[in-house]
Design a protein around this ligand. Structure first.
Ligand code: ADE
Length: 226
């Protein structure tokens, strides 16, 4: 899978993709993440990518020209399944969406900034708008990092223990059961007895009951029980 991220602040994205699972997925050739500095595509002599809003409302608006130039450049090199814009008014990102996106070959993520982008970019170039939550970030870069992380780890081979991505919270609309490691007794804080029993069936039943109980208590909406 290839993810092209377009941003005016590429520095924000230096960190997240070089480490751990995403870094390894890139080294293994499972995923490629390319960061593009939008300013490189601006024809403005000061490499500006924003301008005043016609409506006179406060805040700058991202202009069409560099965005169109960058997207057209990428599209001339390969076909894209989705051209995504990160925005608080987009569709809410969730696990089913991450699962579906992990099956795609090539995607572009355009990071929003300033007061927004010229609506004509959304009308003519963007195929999907995604929000990562009901709050406003200063830019879409962190949202792009969240989306790329959630998607790349689902690509087969990205995680060494493939079953661990399948047993994630949300994968079957249930939160995960709690997990424990050694020691079995830490200053009197004990691991549930059943986990030490060695009885696989009992352990599986216990995990399911725990997952159900936690979901009911913490996220009843996932069970349609709100
Ligand atoms: N840009 C600013 N806030 C955002 C959010 N909540 N989700 C996605 N992109 C954003």
């Amino acid at each position: 899978m290839r993810i092209d991220i377009i941003t005016v602040v590429p520095e924000i994205l230096d960190g997240p993709f070089s480490q751990s699972i995403i870094g390894r997925a890139q080294k293994k050739g499972i995923a490629e993440i390319h960061i593009h500095n939008l300013r490189d595509y601006s024809t403005d002599k000061h490499r500006r990518c924003d301008d005043y809003a016609f409506s006179g409302s406060a805040g700058m608006v991202m202009t069409i020209q560099p965005i169109e130039a960058c997207i057209e450049h990428l599209k001339s090199e390969r076909q894209y399944d989705e051209i995504i814009y990160t925005s608080p008014d987009g569709e809410m990102f969730n696990q089913p969406m991450a699962n579906q996106m992990s099956q795609l070959q090539n995607i572009i993520i355009l990071c929003g900034h300033y007061k927004g982008i010229d609506q004509r970019v959304r009308d003519h170039l963007i195929t999907k708008e995604i929000s990562i939550g009901d709050y406003v970030l200063t830019g879409g870069e962190l949202a792009a990092a969240v989306i790329a992380d959630a998607v790349v780890r689902l690509i087969p081979g990205a995680i060494s223990d493939e079953t661990s991505a399948l047993s994630d919270s949300f994968q079957d609309n249930l939160l995960s059961a709690p997990v424990y490691t050694r020691p079995a007794d830490y200053k009197g804080w004990k691991v549930p007895e059943v986990l030490l029993s060695g009885n696989e069936r009992l352990i599986e039943d216990w995990k399911y009951e725990q997952a159900l109980e936690r979901t009911r208590r913490l996220r009843p909406d996932l069970l349609g029980e709100e």
